[in-house]
Write a protein that binds this ligand. Structure first.
Ligand SMILES: *[C@@H]1O[C@H](CO)[C@@H](O)[C@H](O)[C@H]1NC(C)=O
Ligand SMILES: *[C@@H]1O[C@H](CO)[C@@H](O)[C@H](O)[C@H]1NC(C)=O
Length: 398
């Protein structure tokens, strides 16, 4: 067992493993003045492969796998609920986040929420689970996303449809032993169907994307997409609810075009993605893309405007994304169902678009210099992300 001091030194040591340099990309945007990282931090991509068992893989832009994690990699003793969550039939590899300088990965894997070591240069520690939480509970069974917070905390979106759904915060200190029921530090209710969480270091806030009513149509009103910021109080270590940071999308949308006439679900947000070095994030939902500007706290662009400004070279991944909407009109939805996407500071970006009328995609699209490439890391992929700290949007340091 590595003591606390050992862990602390691990967090502050430079990463010892080699990452091959990437070719510099031309700037795609005039305002994009930052230097391309010489060490090629945005060469590494993490992808979740749904399956039995699910697999997390870190691979390069060509798809060459450098590191992977699945349950057969786990040799340590686990408490019974954690063990059964790891070996459950759940095929999920729903989200995965770079953290602790790249020496840990937070992920939703099978029926667990886990934090695991990514220390290929230290094989004795590599791939160990340092925090685990079972999803076999009424609150967490559908949890879709997670994000590190300051002070060794982890926020988990419950992704349920009821008024008491929202966010739970856990202590992920590596000094704590793995237990069946890790204590909850904080519960925040009132945001349904949370599919994305992102820490905003500059604003000291956790942002979440969800819906204001049940996304599955079980409430008597339509559900609007909502993004909400929760200021973090460093003194108390608690997130604060403030309606001033709750922003509803201008419209609600049915999703009949994709799923058929009278389908009960409403369009909900899928991913909430920062634009590197800008105070802007992009939100995807079942229909398309929106941009949100933090200084003015407003939605500033939608659909093609978002592509033109932030994701030039985006292409619809299949030619079948069209149908008849609730008003009986033919409609094309080329930007629909971006379940996960990620922007690099050099202008390249990646995305996973689920196949039309399915919940997952079968590849990751990577756009470099405006040209799309496909990376195949499994037949059922929900999310890929650059495995790096995002410039202007650093993860919490502690
Ligand atoms: C988290 O756990 C560590 C180790 O037990 C402890 O030192 C720390 O105070 C805990 N943090 C919170 C916020 O409870
Ligand atoms: C991925 O899905 C597309 C669209 O259905 C299909 O054309 C393609 O063959 C699939 N690829 C793989 C590798 O399954």
């Amino acid at each position: 067992m590595l003591g606390l001091l050992g862990w602390v030194s691990l967090l502050f040591e430079p990463l010892a493993f080699d990452i091959p340099p990437i070719e510099p990309q031309p700037r795609l945007r005039a305002e994009n003045q930052q230097v391309i990282p010489a060490q090629g931090r945005f060469e590494d991509i993490i992808t979740g492969d749904y399956g039995h068992p699910p697999v997390l893989r870190i691979h390069d832009r060509q798809g060459v796998v450098k590191w992977s994690w699945e349950r057969s990699d786990v040799a340590q003793d686990l408490p019974p609920r954690i063990r059964s969550g790891l070996y459950s039939n759940a095929n999920d590899a729903t989200d995965m986040k770079w953290m602790r300088g790249g020496t840990s990965v937070a992920a939703i894997y099978s029926n667990l929420i886990v934090v695991i070591n990514h220390t290929p240069d230290r094989p004795s520690l590599d791939k160990k689970i340092t925090f685990a939480l079972s999803r076999d509970s009424p609150m967490l069974w559908n949890a879709h996303t997670l994000e590190p917070l300051p002070g060794d905390r982890l926020a988990v979106g419950t992704t349920g449809q009821r008024p008491w759904d929202g966010i739970q915060v856990y202590n992920i200190s590596t000094a704590n032993p793995l237990v069946d029921e890790p204590p909850i530090l904080q519960t925040i209710e009132g945001l349904r169907a949370i599919h994305a969480l992102i820490w905003d270091e500059q604003g000291q806030m956790l942002w979440a994307a969800g819906t204001d009513a049940a996304a599955d149509g079980s409430d008597p009103v339509p559900a609007y997409g909502v993004i909400q910021g929760y200021p973090f109080d460093a003194a108390t270590g608690l997130l604060r609810e403030d309606q001033a940071y709750r922003f509803r999308f201008p419209h609600y949308y049915d999703i009949d075009t994709e799923w058929g006439h009278g389908y009960s679900w409403w369009s909900g947000p899928h991913d909430l993605v920062p634009v590197p070095n800008e105070r802007v994030f992009l939100v995807s939902n079942d229909i398309g893309l929106h941009a949100f500007d933090i200084p003015t706290m407003q939605f500033t662009a939608a659909y093609e405007e978002v592509i033109d400004k932030y994701m030039p070279g985006f292409e619809c991944t299949t030619n079948d994304r069209h149908g008849i909407n609730r008003q009986g009109k033919y409609e094309e939805l080329p930007q629909s169902d971006l379940k996960g996407f990620s922007l690099a500071p050099d202008g390249s970006f990646l995305y996973v678009q689920s196949l039309w009328q399915l919940f997952r995609g079968n590849h990751t699209s990577l756009v470099v210099d405006g040209v799309r490439h496909e990376i195949r890391q499994g037949d059922e992929i929900y999310r890929s992300r650059f495995f790096a700290d995002i410039d202007g949007w650093p993860k919490p340091k502690t």
